[in-house]
Design a protein around this ligand. Structure first.
Ligand code: NAD
Ligand code: IPM
Ligand code: MN
Length: 345
């Protein structure tokens, strides 16, 4: 197993160091190459993602990334030039973001139901990929545009993936989240594609919600969701919210996947570089550890992935969530749990 690791910025290297301890326990033979992409490299050389590095990354089975983004770099430089460029170049069209309320984890909701959903976020289109521009900059009549790109090909492939995942889950329920009442062009495309693909999945029940209403239900009734399929930007916003209701951003894992397997997929916590807590050793690495489990699942190492998940579940059930030091030494703790093959229901 050849893995590329991009620790990145802020808490990225902190959470990746812990995640690698767990990975080392389940797949000791994994061959790991580190890439020092991120703010420090940009400051030192002006480089974001050199072609030669991109070429090397392509030679790996998968990529594990911490986070990118730093207050010393103008907003968007690293995010667009490194993270989004990786997602686009490697055709990571399915951005998989599970959100589950683990036993023992406290949700900010007063009386949380069972929550177990997966957001299938489109990863290569939407406003992230469309052209935009500034006109009449530095005048009182400045105009800024960001165009949302939605192709029939792009929408169809992510919707097909979401239906396939829904089909394989117990509840077999899929919710399209969009804003068809305002974004009538993209909305029409997404709705039609969902309707067409649903004909091939009579086993999956389908619902639709506008994104604003979805943020209400995500808080008042998150148990209703099973699979959510949505565009790149709505998926970004909804998955931070889904993470919050299931116990916090420190637990939310994700996979940026090219499901055709032509390119290596990339796994990373949903969170960012968290400059507000970087360097303090208090970042929760659980999301990075669970991202390793998603990576192993993707590479067919299902048994190893289950071992990691079981260890995380055990740790979360027994962790003192109130203690400020709750996340200290988690990598070693989880590695020990994994090696003792802990099982939970
Ligand atoms: P963020 O996710 O970095 O932080 C949001 C809040 O969550 C902060 O209060 C932070 O302390 C907390 N938090 C995040 N991860 C945590 C963890 N593991 N344990 C405990 N608390 C955690 O989002 P932001 O502040 O909007 O962005 C900071 C930087 O990260 C920006 O440059 C942004 O562009 C970038 N970013 C990168 C990624 C990525 O690399 N995938 C994702 C989101 C944001
Ligand atoms: C995420 C992040 C990224 C996104 C940013 C940093 C480009 O917020 O992975 O959720 O919007 O996809
Ligand atoms: Mn985000």
């Amino acid at each position: 197993m050849r893995l590329a690791v991009i620790p990145g910025d802020g808490i990225g290297p902190e959470v990746i160091a812990e995640a690698l301890k767990v990975l080392g326990e389940v797949v000791p033979a994994a061959e790991i190459t580190r890439y020092d992409l991120g703010a420090a490299r940009w400051h030192a050389t002006g480089e974001l993602l050199p072609e030669s590095v991109l070429g090397e990354l392509r030679q790996h089975d998968a990529i594990l990334l911490g986070a990118v983004g730093d207050p010393s770099v103008p907003s968007g430089i690293l995010e667009r030039g490194l993270l989004l460029r990786l997602r686009f170049e490697l055709d990571h069209h399915v951005n998989l973001r599970p959100a589950r309320l683990y036993p023992g984890v406290r949700s900010p909701l007063a009386d949380p139901p069972e929550i177990d959903m997966v957001v299938v976020r489109e990863g290569t289109e939407g406003p992230y990929a469309g052209n935009g521009g500034l006109l009449r900059k530095d005048t009182p009549h400045e105009i800024a545009t960001e165009v949302s790109l939605n192709t029939s090909f792009g929408v169809e492939r992510v919707v097909r993936d979401a239906f396939a995942r829904a089909s394989n889950r117990q509840r077999r329920h899929l919710t399209l989240v969009h804003k068809t009442n305002v974004l009538t062009h993209a909305g029409s495309l997404w709705s039609r594609v969902v309707e067409e693909v649903s004909l091939q999945h009579p086993d999956v029940t389908v619902a639709y919600q506008h994104v604003d209403a979805a943020t209400i239900h995500m808080v008042t009734d998150p148990g209703r969701y099973d699979v959510i399929v949505t565009d790149n930007l709505f998926g970004d916003i909804l998955t931070d919210l889904a993470a919050a209701v299931t116990g916090g951003i420190g637990l939310a894992a994700s996979g940026n996947m090219d499901v055709t397997r032509r390119n290596p997929s990339m796994f990373e916590p949903v969170h960012g570089s968290a400059p507000d807590i970087a360097g303090q050793g208090i970042a929760d690495p659980t999301a990075a550890v669970l991202s390793v489990a998603l990576l192993l699942d993707h590479l067919g190492e299902h048994e190893s992935a289950r071992r990691i998940e079981a260890s995380v579940a055990f740790d979360l059930a027994t962790r003192d969530h109130q203690s400020p030091g709750a996340t200290y030494g988690i990598g070693d703790r989880l590695a020990a749990l994994v090696s003792s093959n802990v099982r939970t229901g």
